[in-house]
Ligand binder design. Structure first.
Ligand SMILES: Nc1nc(=O)c2c([nH]1)NC[C@@H]1CN(c3ccc(C(=O)N[C@@H](CCC(=O)O)C(=O)O)cc3)C=[N+]21
Length: 269
């Protein structure tokens, strides 16, 4: 079966409308883009749509000098939130963003300050995709004590998902697997909840999963111009699976918008 995220989208929609009534100016989001890959282009398309819908002023800037641009928009009082697309080209490191982005404008929660806060179990801005994953799991199943396997160890998905699910109160038992893991399918078969952020189309097949598991497919792979996830479609016969598109991605983009409103409210007081 596919997991339906419309309740979560509805709740986020209401949360955003409430924040919208409290903000005194039109929020402004800067998206800094360096050599966008197909998944980034897809996200930018969604950002254009959602920012228009909710009344956020989006400016997409093709950056040729990330550090200089970050310094500029960090200081620009008219800017509420800054988004930097990933993956970055090799000449940059994610640390360049983590060190330099103003934590108050860091709507994706990648700065040292926001990551550090999450590590100490205080959630301020946390990576949007990771928050989307956690929200979907919480809405659909009990987490406490369950075996959660996260496949992928990226800064914005794998690692923060693991930390958020370990948090006291959520109390998952978390295993993080990755590209060097030996016999991956033996580990994923033990998962009650499986979070897949590999970045390879249809990689997870039926022999990777336990019957009845909850599967969160974070993959955004563009194949022949269409978006497909990391989980192969026949897995829905055995498990509850989030669809791609219409699953994690759609929740992620609303969380980003909500964070921009939060940043805008903080920016006006
Ligand atoms: N700093 C950074 N943060 C990201 O979160 C990030 C990124 N860089 N780089 C690119 C990937 C890709 N990504 C998507 C998120 C939502 C949709 C999305 O909204 N998809 C819709 C519809 C897409 C369609 O069908 O056109 C859906 O899944 O239903 C797509 C792609 C975020 N990423």
């Amino acid at each position: 079966m596919y997991i339906d995220v419309k309740n979560i989208l509805h709740e986020l929609n209401e949360e955003i409308e409430l924040l919208k009534s409290k903000v005194s100016h039109e929020p402004k989001l800067i998206s800094l883009v360096v050599e966008p890959d197909p998944s980034t282009l897809s996200y930018l398309k969604t950002q254009k749509k959602t920012t228009k819908k909710y009344g956020v002023n989006l400016e997409i800037i093709e950056s040729h000098n990330l550090e200089e641009d970050l310094n500029y928009y960090n200081e620009d009082k008219s800017v509420d939130g800054i988004f930097v697309s990933r993956p970055l080209p090799k000449r940059y490191s994610e640390l360049d963003i983590a060190r330099n982005i103003n934590p108050k404008k860091d709507v994706e929660g990648v700065s040292f300050f926001n990551i550090g806060s999450m590590y100490y179990e205080e959630e301020l801005f946390v990576p949007c995709t990771a928050e989307a994953v956690v929200k979907i799991i919480e809405e659909n199943t009990k987490i406490q004590g369950k075996n959660v396997v996260v496949v992928g160890r990226s800064t914005t998905v794998g690692k923060p998902v693991a930390i958020l699910l370990l948090k006291r109160g959520r109390d998952a038992t978390v295993t993080v697997a990755h590209s060097k893991t030996i016999d991956l399918n033996e580990i994923t078969q033990k998962a009650d909840i499986l979070v897949v952020a590999i970045g390879r189309a249809n990689y997870i097949k039926q022999n990777f999963v336990k019957e009845g598991a909850t599967i969160i497919d974070v993959g955004i792979n563009v194949v022949d111009g269409k978006i497909v996830g990391d989980v192969s479609s026949e897995v829905v016969e055995k498990c509850e699976v989030t669809p791609v598109p219409g699953g994690v991605g759609s929740v992620t983009s609303l969380i980003l918008i909500r964070n921009v409103f939060r940043a805008a409210i903080n920016n006006s007081i």
